[in-house]
Design a protein around this ligand. Sequence first.
Ligand code: PA5
Length: 449
Amino acid sequence: MLKLDISQVTGFLSADSLNKLQDSVNDANKSLYSKTGKGSEFLGWLNLPGNVSDNEINEINDCAALLTAKSDIIVVIGIGGSYLGARAVIDALSGNFNSLLHKNERKSPLILFAGNNISEDYHYELIQLLDKYDYSIIVISKSGTTTEPAIAFRLLKAHIEAKYGKPEAKSRIAAVTDKAKGALKKMADTEGYKTFIIPDDVGGRFSVLTPVGLLPIAAAGFNIKQLLNGAKNMMNLCAEKKPLDENPADLYAAARYALYQNGKVIEILASYTPNLNYIIEWWKQLYGESEGKEGKGIFPAGVNFTADLHSMGQWIQEGIRNIFETALRVESSKHSLIVPDDKENLDELNFLSGKKLSDVNKMAELGTMLAHVSGGVPNISISIEKTDEENLGGLIYFFEKACAISGYLLGVNPFDQPGVEAYKKNMFALLGKRGFEDIKQKLDKNLKL
Ligand code: PA5
């Protein structure tokens, strides 16, 4: 079960500032559950964990099994909300060195990602690798028109068809997209790919518990039913009409908003285990795209401790005091490793002999928290019991629910992302896409071409 501790925040706030937010949090919940708030057409994620049927789960698992049976590698193509959630869960659950294992030592295919960048070298090197292995593709795009995944799919579709022939290639491709619109849907229908639908009312960054996340996660060999169960338990725990101290998502949203009102405009999410790095990346997208608009929003940053204590640690300890830190903790590790005793003690580490590494890590966590709090950085702590499907499902839903409440507390629409269009328009204009001629003229003028 997830535990939220805000005891190291209250000292930075006036005595009743959190209690004062109870009414605003109630209003935010009311808007959310009555679907009367901003962006209410995108609230499908709210009840999603209870709405995915056993049939859907079986269909996803069956498709994953088909792809898995014929693949050493599965390439998942997607960007943003169609990428980060799956990667976050797969990285968290896979062994740290899974990618280095021999294919026969791995229980499931290696999951690689594409379409999240336009790097020529990345895609060239991926294709070189795919020449040597059996592989399949899961291509994900809600709009079906996003440039980065479309380019990657064009490249890999040509490669997989040349490698296996069209009929076999078709059986190695699954698409996840809109039920009706977009180029990917059209292509999937024309080519006859196995297709999963993203519900209309679930936006990209809230879509990890739809086939967007579930299909790649199942293909990586993980239990999506347990992931959904964990999310469902959290959904029930964070339901409407609970006082702040009984509702972790609401309390997290209220604490960060109270800090924001006190000038803390940057939240740093810190993890102490490298396999959670992409949970941080997913969280950054969720909060960044949901809150950063209308000149408002907490800037979501991430650090990986203890590595970043030797780089960003200085800034956090003594830089501008406009930050707060949220530590993401895992109570038990999967394996046990003890620091060995050494008779000679040349490294002077015998004070740690016999201690579990996870206990040393916990003292690093505690020491860091105490140092940062005394340096003027409020600290929120989020702990999960262990890194498994159930706990990750709970963590995902917790962050989603808190993000929606946070957005409503700020007064923005947490479910749109108008700002991401600006770069796309410029890119299309610069690349000479039809319909963007006016923008091209303006850009040329700015660039003095
Ligand atoms: O959260 C979002 O909506 C975005 O990050 C999208 O997921 C991202 O732009 C990819 O869009 P699409 O799935 O339409 O290709």
